[in-house]
Design a protein around this ligand. Sequence first.
Ligand SMILES: [Fe+2]
Length: 290
Amino acid sequence: MTSFHSGECSFSLTGNLASFSGFGLSRPLRVMAIGDTHISLDDERGVPFRENSRRMAGFSPDAATWFLKTLEKAGKEKYDLILIAGDLVSFPSEAGIEFAVRALNDTGIPWLYTAGNHDWHYEGLPGTETALREEWTRRRLLPLYQGHEPLAYSVSRNGLEILMIDNSTNEILPEQLAFFREKAASGASLLLVMHVPVYVPGRDIFFSCGNPDWRAENDPYWQIERRPRWPENGHSETTMTFWRELFSLKRPPVILAGHTHQFSLDSFRGVIQLVTPRNSAGEYLELRFS
Ligand SMILES: [Fe+2]
């Protein structure tokens, strides 16, 4: 359907199956992509934060069941890898995170995780988003990273370089940009997994990484979500530099995101961006690389 990578690679989409060929992998790779499960399990350890978790706790009561059903399918069909594109939980309760880690480990399939904006967010707590993410990642989310550096890490599979970059504040930090540059310079085929979709011309404010309209006056949910409002002047220079470089690579990457809860596909300057539909209703994407 759409060709990229100097015209030798191809991309096709059938239902929820996205196939990429011509990547020069040593062996084909079959990936289950899961985003926005929004597990809201909690127990007595979450009581001190009930006031901060209440709104999101009611969002997806069947999420845990759907998650198990999805993982059962992954096991039965013997996927090579599971990628979690953020908002695995609706707030960082120990119960939710323990449940998710156990369920993922029980599949026997390797899995990689990056955070979404809800994973580390107890609504109404004071602090900047960067500080809250730092605090709650350290306090709760570390088991999901399995020893990797939470803000940015990468794993190579069959010759595909998979970059897990946490852009769940909608922004890219200088150290994440440096990491991305280093990986991009290697010339490898890149799959970038980030919770928030990157802006592509024509997209709305929910494609909110590198979006020229992302700023305080266009922030629809800061009061509902009880978090700091987006900055008056929009994105940092680092985020915009990341955006420009992402769309200027000789070997355009594939991007996997979540956040909007709706399956979508973008093609811009050779970059393909797939957004996973919400796993809180049992949906997922299958990605095949060869
Ligand atoms: Fe999200």
